[in-house]
Design a protein around this ligand. Structure first.
Ligand code: PLP
Length: 381
């Protein structure tokens, strides 16, 4: 007997009562709160379209720097530095201004490996030391002889693995540079455990792209000043000394995206006003408990990351068994207004990836799991 062709995604309608209130579950750019967009619209005439070197914008930048320091629990002496170009530009900038000679990397997915590409090809740096981990796992952080900077992500966005923010035992002199693009404002950590906690704000912080923000320790700033004075040629756009100097004046070296700054302030104020990082992380915890609890109870899905200690609370990766095709599930969801649940292509698994940042309502994750059950039933029937 011929098996029935599965329903075409565009013909499968999820009952309206099942749908989440907001269908954005991307891992970046991620959902930003409609209230933030509304607030931006209200400031369109006195903030947008005004000079980034005048008080109007600089006051907002000052608010951003103070708000980030509060949210991330900046220890005494740490400062918030920012510049243009996103986390990707920060890698290039760090290769000039923070890494003296040789870096050590934990490489466990797309984003952590991209930083390795930067330091591997930089002609002024020695070949980096790299500890590669399989997708879905994370290699241990160990002291390495002869390196001056340790680099790893707080959360590897491509695989849904989170790492503890810490210094390697036995090396107190090197800097620790942590990529927090999909973690900052959503995962708990102790800022004293690293020297640069850097991120672009369009993922965990639910703003828009184009900016990098870094919480830097006095040791990091000291390194920046020393390398700047050393005569190493550095493109001005990637010069962290210029970034530090400008940030202290609440401005950026060149024109920033004012809307991105505004939306970031909105999100940071919303998080701080509700209880700060602990409150924000608790929201993501609720979402993660719902998503992984559902997957563990399901007979068709399972969390991809088996070690619960490193299973991300902000980006959930869920494997499906071969009775259903995850790409088809994503296509059905998309046709019903639920977007960006596709897995990271290069992992090559039958997988969905779900953003569970603080801006996402845990109830919407709950609704999403009901939609997933519904779709799987229809596809298998
Ligand atoms: C998205 C992402 C980046 C790159 O951010 P851009 O703003 O696009 O440069 C870097 N690191 C991590 C962990 C990311 O998730």
């Amino acid at each position: 007997m011929p098996t029935q062709a599965p329903p075409r995604p565009e013909t499968l309608t999820i009952p309206a009562a099942m749908l989440p209130s907001d269908g954005r579950f991307g891992s970046g750019p991620s959902k930003f709160r409609p209230q933030a967009a509304q607030a931006l619209a209200e400031r369109a005439v006195d903030y947008m379209g005004t000079s980034h070197r005048r008080t109007g914008v600089r006051n907002v930048v000052a608010e951003l720097r103070a708000g980030i320091a509060e949210l991330l629990g900046a220890p005494e002496g740490y400062e918030v530095v920012m510049g243009n170009g996103g986390a990707t530009a920060f890698w290039d900038a760090a290769s000039f201004g923070l890494i003296e000679r040789r870096s050590h990397h934990l490489s466990l997915g797309e984003f952590s490996s991209k930083f390795v590409d930067v330091t591997t090809t930089a002609p002024h740096l020695a070949e980096p030391s790299v500890h590669v981990g399989d997708f879905g796992t994370c290699p241990p952080l160990e002291a390495v002889e002869g390196v001056d900077a340790y680099c790893y992500p707080h959360n590897e966005t491509s695989t849904g693995v989170m790492l503890p923010v810490q210094r390697p035992a036995g090396d107190d002199d090197s800097l620790v540079l942590v990529d927090a693009t999909s973690a900052a404002g959503g995962l708990r950590f102790d800022a004293a455990g690293c020297d640069a906690y850097y991120f672009a704000p369009q993922k965990a912080l639910s703003s828009d792209g184009g900016l990098w923000i870094a919480l830097m320790s006095p040791a990091a700033v000291e390194r920046i000043e020393r390398l700047s004075a050393s005569g190493r040629w550095t493109p001005a756009f990637l010069n962290l000394k210029l970034a530090v100097d400008n940030s202290r004046k609440d401005q950026t070296y060149n024109t920033p995206a004012l809307a991105t700054i505004f939306l970031t302030v909105e999100q940071v104020n919303w998080l701080n006003g509700n209880g700060g990082l602990e409150w924000a992380a608790s929201r993501s915890d609720r979402s993660a408990d719902i998503l992984y609890g559902w997957a563990e109870a399901s007979d068709i899905a399972a969390p991809f990351v088996s070690d619960t200690a490193i299973r991300s609370r902000v980006v959930g990766t869920i494997d499906f068994d071969d009775r259903v095709d995850a790409d088809t599930i994503s296509a059905v969801l998309r046709a019903n207004g639920i977007v960006d649940t596709e897995g990271y292509r290069k992992i090559g698994r039958n997988q969905l990836r779900i953003g569970m940042f603080p801006a996402v309502e845990p109830e919407d994750i709950e609704a999403l799991t009901a939609c997933l059950d519904y779709i799987c039933e229809q596809l298998i029937a």
